[in-house]
Ligand binder design. Sequence first.
Ligand code: 1GP
Length: 263
Amino acid sequence: MSSSTGSIQHRQVCPQLRQVESKLKDLIAKHHTICVGLIDSENISPAVAAKLAATVEKCGAKAILVGGSTAIDQIELDAVVRQIKTAVTSPVILFPGNVTGVAPSADAIFFSSLMNSDNPYFITEAQALGALAIRKYNLEAIPMGYIIVGGGGAAGFIGRARGIPPNKPGLAVMYALAAQYFGMRFLYLEAGSGADGKVSIELITKVRHIYDGVLIIGGGIKAPEDAVAAAKAGANIIVIGTMLESEGFENTLRDICKSVSSQ
Ligand code: 1GP
């Protein structure tokens, strides 16, 4: 029997298709804001990544994101994801910067469009190239608008982003509303990994006012007070990446995870 997708068999929609999304939303309903850890799959062995993920989970993070703007080795990525999955019970979610960020062993993938890229490749083309692999691996795809604020570090450079000027929150609001109308249930405001400047509280507040979905904030957050301010402004998920590479991060991460909850 032929289908509209040619040789690809039409599959029943898996009843558990939104399992990770539901889990995140339940946690957000309970805590308002949760913290997640981001592990860069590059330059880390699977064993070290798994140990780190277990520590991050123990500190209170509710999910482990795995990705990186320049990650190109899918074999290495999948080995890292597989090992992490043996060490944590929280969802392991891919956070890809390109088609090379798709790996079969994860629980879900942030299926994101870099909305303010200058290059259509990062808006829809990489997504089209990766879509069949996501289907083949039966990964849960979580639709997400990805907006870079300011320079955006490596993500901004690789993704050819026309970063939202940090002092022009109105521009972020326009993109956020577009994401809403596109049906993106998650929206990520990204300052860039290891960024000096975080996404401003004014910008988060204004976007929160217009966007009715799960709002993710990341980039440069290292202190509980920054995370709490973002949570109070309406962030639902705070992403912590670079801080996990510093010696003795555990106490600070524990404080962040605890203090953002139910703000
Ligand atoms: C990067 O927003 C994430 O994509 C996390 O940023 O590495 O600065 O925590 P940090």
